[in-house]
Design a binder for this molecule. Structure first.
Ligand code: ADP
Ligand code: ZN
Ligand code: ZN
Length: 778
C-alpha cells in the first residue's frame, strides 16, 4: 500500500552545490517511519525520524508503530496528524525525506496486530487507511480525555553538590526543598507550595537554579466507578449446552482460529454457553470480547456478565470521552477480563484476546452505516484469524451468510441448541389472516377480534403481554382521497408521519417537521385522511380497550432519555406494566418469564421493502418476538396478524422452522446469485441537481464496467446493475442514484471499483459512497 513519497525533493537541501558528488555518499542508515495521514489521502508516506525520537531510553518520545505523530504535509508543509504504521532502519538519502515534527503519544495506541487489522479493513472496504484508524481509536483516547498534563517535581540525586554552588536565597526556598526531599511521592508545584506554606515563587526559583527538577506526566482526573451486582454461580448445563461448550473449549484449547455458529432457539440458554466458555478463557489469563447489538436494549445480558466476572468493561454509547479513554487504558493494560459492547468493541485493545462472541449475530447494527462501512462480524473473523482464536456467533435466527458458511467452510462448525431450557415448549404461534372477513377487525383500529380475546385471557390470568408494531408515530400516511395528494417531506421523497405528541407531521429521515394540514394542501378538501397505524395510535387503542391495565410504549420517540429502556424493562419485570408495546426494540433478547402472550400487530411491514433480504428480516423479526414468550412455567402463545399468512417467511416463523426457511430462501438466493452465494457492493451517488447526479452515476457505472472488462479471466465477471434512482429517490434535498455490483466473490468487485474510482472526481456538490457487502439497500 505504500505510495511513492509525495514529499521528495521538497526538503531543504543544505548541500545543493555539492549535489553531484554528494549524491553518491548521501545514503545513510536512517530510521524511516511510514505515516498514514489521519484525514489525508490513502496510503502511507515515508518520513525521516530525527535522533530525538530514536532513543530507547526515552520510551515516551521513542517513535514506534501505533503512535501518532505530527508531520509536515503537502506543498505548504502544514502540520498534519498521522499514525505511524511502521518504522524501518534503511539506507536512504535523508535529504530526500521530510523529518517528522513531533511524536504525539507516550504509548502506542495500536498493536501491530491491530494495525494489520485496520489495513485489512481499508483494503477490503475501499476506505482510506487513515479514516479507519480514526474510527478504531476512540476520540477520547486520541484527546487523552480525562487526563491532564502536569509537571511533577522531584529532587535531583546530586542536589548536595549543587547546593554547594548555589546559596539558598530565602527560608521559604529551604522549606520547600526540605518538604520535597522528604515527600514520599513527587508533587506538583502547587502541591509543594501548599505543603511548604509559601507561594509558587520560591518553588520556581528552586527550579530555575536546578535544585529541583520537573518531569511531565499525565494524571487521571476521575476514576471509573461501576455498579457490581451480586455474584452468580454458573448454571448446570443441559446436554445440548454441554456439547456446545465442549466443542468451544476444544476450539479454545486447540489455539487455532475457528468459527463456531451457535444456533439455539430462543430461550435455549445460549448466553449460559458464552458465559462458561468465557470462564475458560479467563482462567488462562486471557480476555474475551462480547459484541451485542445494542447495549441499552440488553441490560439483562450485561447484568449477567457483571455477575460472573471480576472485571468487565461495558462499552455503551453513552460513555463520555473520559470514560471511554479510561476503559481503553484498562483494557490495554490487560486489567479487564471481559469487554461487552456494541460493534466498535471489536477493536478493544486486549493484549491477550482468547475469544470473540457475537450475540444475535444476525442483527443489522453490526454493520456500520457510515465510513468505514464495516461489518463487525467479518472484522471479528479477520481478527480471530490473525490472533488464532475462535469466534463464536450466536443466534436463534442466524444470518444466511453465517448459516451457509457453517455448512460450507471447513473452518466453521455448527453447534445446535434445538430445545429450550428445562424442557419448556416453544410457544404456539397462530397466524391471523387480516384478509379473511371472518377475522374482521374488532371495532376500529389495528387489533383483530382474536387478538383482543387472547389479550383478555392473558390479562385475566395475570400474564403480561408484548405487542410488536414496527412503525413509530401516530398515523403513517396523510392522504387526500379527493385528489390523491400524499403529504411528503419537502426535502425527501418520504411520506410524513403524524406524531400526536408534538402535533406535527415529521420526516423520519431528516427530522423536518411541519404543522399537520387540516385541509388538503392541493385541492383544499377538508376530507384529508390520516391513516396507517403507528405505535402512538396503537397505544391509544390499547389504553381504551384495556383501561384498567398499564400500557407502556417503547420506541425511539418514548425512549430518548438515557436509561429509559432500563427503567421500563425493570418496571415490566416487576409486574408494574401489563402491556408493553413497541417497535422492533421490544423484539430482541428480552427474557421475562411472565410474558404469556405476544401479538404481532402487522407482520407485513418489512415485506414491502425492495430489498433482497426483506423475507429474511421478516422471518427474524417474527421469530425473535415470538421467542419473548413461553419462558416461564405458565407457557405462552403468539398471535401474528398478517395480510399474507401464506408468505414463506411468515409461515415458517409460525412453525419455528428456521431450517425450512433457510433452505427455501437459500435456494432462491442461489438462483439470483445473491449473498451468501455471490458477493455484492453498492455505490450511492447523491447531489442537489438531479441531472448532474444521474450523469455522475452513469459515468461511474461506465468506469466500473470498463474496469471490470479489463480484469483478466472469465471467472472474474462483475455484473453491474444500474445506475437507477435509489429506492429513496431524494433525501435532505439531494437526489440519489445507486448501482449494484455482483460477482461470485468480492475480490473482482473490489479490483474493479478500486481502479474505477481511483482518479474519479465528481462534479462539485455531488458525493458518492462505496458500500462493500451492503446491508442497507435503500
Ligand atoms: P438465549 O440466550 O438462548 O435466549 P438464555 O441464555 O437467555 O437463552 O437463557 C434463557 C433462560 O434460561 C435464562 O433465564 C437462563 O438463566 C436460563 N437458563 C439457561 N441455561 C439454563 C440451564 N442449564 N438450566 C436452567 N436454566 C437455564
Ligand atoms: Zn386533495
Ligand atoms: Zn425529510
Amino acid at each position: 500500500m505504500r505510495k511513492p513519497c509525495d514529499t521528495m525533493g521538497q526538503q531543504q537541501n543544505l548541500f545543493d552545490d555539492q549535489q553531484a558528488e554528494w549524491e553518491l555518499d548521501a545514503q545513510q542508515q536512517r530510521r524511516v517511519a511510514s505515516i498514514v495521514i489521519a484525514s489525508g489521502p490513502d496510503g502511507a508516506f515515508d518520513y525521516d525520524t530525527p535522533e530525538g525520537f530514536c532513543d530507547a531510553e526515552r520510551p515516551d518520545r521513542l517513535l514506534v508503530p501505533g503512535k501518532r505523530v505530527s508531520v509536515p504535509f503537502g506543498r505548504g508543509n502544514r502540520l498534519a496528524t498521522g499514525y505511524c504504521v511502521a518504522v524501518e532502519t534503511k539506507s536512504v538519502d535523508p535529504s530526500r525525506l521530510k523529518p517528522l515534527a513531533r511524536v504525539l503519544d507516550a504509548e502506542s495506541l495500536l498493536s501491530p496486530a491491530m494495525l494489520r487489522l485496520t489495513r485489512w479493513m481499508a483494503e477490503y472496504y475501499l476506505c482510506p487507511w487513515g479514516q479507519v484508524l480514526e474510527a478504531v481509536v476512540p476520540a477520547g483516547v486520541r484527546s487523552q480525555a480525562g487526563t491532564r498534563q502536569v509537571k511533577l517535581l522531584h529532587v535531583p540525586p546530586d542536589v548536595k553538590a549543587r547546593l554547594g554552588e548555589i546559596k539558598l536565597r530565602s527560608k521559604q526556598q529551604a522549606a520547600a526543598l526540605k518538604k520535597l526531599a522528604t515527600s514520599d511521592r513527587p508533587l506538583t508545584a502547587t502541591e509543594l507550595a501548599k505543603e511548604a506554606r509559601c507561594t509558587t515563587g520560591p518553588v520556581q526559583q528552586l527550579l530555575k537554579h536546578g535544585l529541583i527538577e520537573a518531569t511531565a506526566a499525565r494524571v487521571v482526573n476521575n476514576p471509573l466507578d461501576e455498579l457490581i451486582p451480586d455474584r452468580e454461580q454458573p448454571l448446570e448445563l443441559n446436554s445440548d449446552q454441554q456439547k456446545a461448550l465442549d466443542a468451544t473449549v476444544a476450539a479454545l484449547d486447540a489455539g487455532k482460529s475457528r468459527g463456531l455458529l451457535l444456533h439455539g432457539v430462543t430461550g435455549s440458554g445460549k448466553t449460559e454457553v458464552y458465559l462458561q466458555a468465557i470462564e475458560h478463557v479467563v482462567s488462562f489469563g486471557r480476555q474475551a470480547i462480547v459484541l451485542v447489538p445494542e447495549i441499552s436494549l440488553t441490560p439483562q445480558t450485561v447484568r449477567r456478565f457483571r455477575a460472573r466476572f471480576d472485571s468487565i468493561a461495558v462499552l455503551h454509547s453513552h460513555l463520555s470521552n473520559v470514560e471511554r479513554h479510561l476503559h481503553w487504558q484498562k483494557i490495554a493494560r490487560g486489567e479487564v477480563q471481559v469487554i461487552v459492547g456494541a460493534r466498535s468493541a471489536v477493536f478493544a485493545p486486549t493484549p491477550h484476546l482468547g475469544l470473540i462472541v457475537i450475540d444475535e449475530e444476525h442483527e443489522s447494527t453490526f454493520k456500520q452505516d457510515s465510513a468505514p462501512r464495516y461489518q463487525a462480524r467479518d472484522v471479528a473473523w479477520q481478527r480471530a484469524t490473525a490472533e488464532g482464536i475462535p469466534l463464536m456467533l450466536g443466534s436463534a435466527t442466524p444470518s444466511l451468510e453465517a448459516w451457509q458458511r457453517a455448512q460450507d467452510d471447513p473452518q466453521f462448525e455448527l453447534l445446535s441448541l434445538p430445545k429450550r431450557v428445562l424442557d419448556r415448549p416453544m410457544p404456539d404461534v397462530l397466524n391471523i389472516n387480516l384478509r379473511d372477513p371472518g377475522q374482521a377487525k374488532f371495532g376500529k383500529g389495528g387489533i383483530s377480534r382474536q387478538l383482543h380475546q387472547a389479550m383478555q385471557v392473558a390479562l385475566r390470568d395475570q400474564g403480561q403481554i408484548i405487542l410488536l408494531l414496527n412503525r413509530r408515530g401516530y398515523s403513517t400516511h396523510i392522504q387526500c382521497p379527493g385528489c390523491g395528494f400524499a403529504l411528503k417531506c419537502k426535502e425527501c421523497e418520504i411520506s410524513l408521519t403524524y406524531h400526536r405528541q408534538h402535533n406535527a407531521a415529521l420526516c423520519h429521515y431528516c427530522d423536518h417537521e411541519e404543522p399537520p394540514p387540516k385541509v388538503c394542501p392541493d385541492c383544499r378538501s377538508p376530507a384529508i385522511r390520516y391513516s396507517g397505524q403507528g405505535t402512538q395510535k396503537l397505544e391509544d387503542e390499547i389504553s381504551s380497550r384495556f383501561p384498567q391495565h398499564t400500557v407502556v410504549r417503547m420506541d425511539t420517540d418514548s425512549m430518548r432519555k438515557h436509561g429509559s429502556h432500563e427503567e421500563v424493562l425493570s418496571r415490566f419485570r416487576a409486574g408494574e406494566i401489563d402491556i408493553l408495546l413497541g417497535t422492533q426494540m421490544i423484539a430482541k433478547g428480552l427474557d421475562f418469564p411472565n410474558v404469556t402472550l405476544v401479538g404481532v400487530v402487522n407482520a407485513d411491514t418489512a415485506l414491502h421493502l425492495t430489498d433482497f433480504r426483506a423475507a429474511e428480516r421478516t422471518f427474524q423479526l417474527v421469530a425473535q418476538v415470538a421467542g419473548r414468550t413461553g419462558r416461564g412455567s405458565k407457557g405462552g402463545r403468539v398471535l401474528v396478524q398478517t395480510l399474507q399468512p401464506e408468505h414463506p417467511a411468515i409461515a415458517a416463523a409460525a412453525r419455528h422452522d428456521y431450517l425450512g426457511f433457510a433452505a427455501a430462501e437459500l435456494a432462491s438466493r442461489e438462483m439470483l446469485q445473491y449473498p451468501p452465494f455471490g458477493s455484492m457492493a453498492r455505490i450511492v451517488v447523491r447531489g442537489p441537481d438531479e441531472e448532474i447526479t444521474r450523469a455522475t452515476a452513469e459515468q461511474l457505472a461506465d468506469r466500473v464496467r470498463k474496469a471490470a472488462r479489463e480484469l483478466e479471466g472469465a471467472t472474474l465477471a462483475v455484473r453491474v446493475l444500474g445506475p437507477c434512482p435509489a429506492p429513496i429517490t431524494k433525501l435532505r434535498n439531494e437526489f440519489r442514484f445507486h448501482m449494484q455490483f455482483q460477482s461470485a466473490t468480492i475480490e473482482p468487485i473490489q479490483l474493479a471499483l478500486r481502479s474505477a474510482t481511483k482518479s474519479f472526481r465528481a462534479p462539485a456538490k455531488v458525493r458518492w459512497i462505496v458500500d462493500i457487502d451492503p446491508w442497507d439497500m435503500q
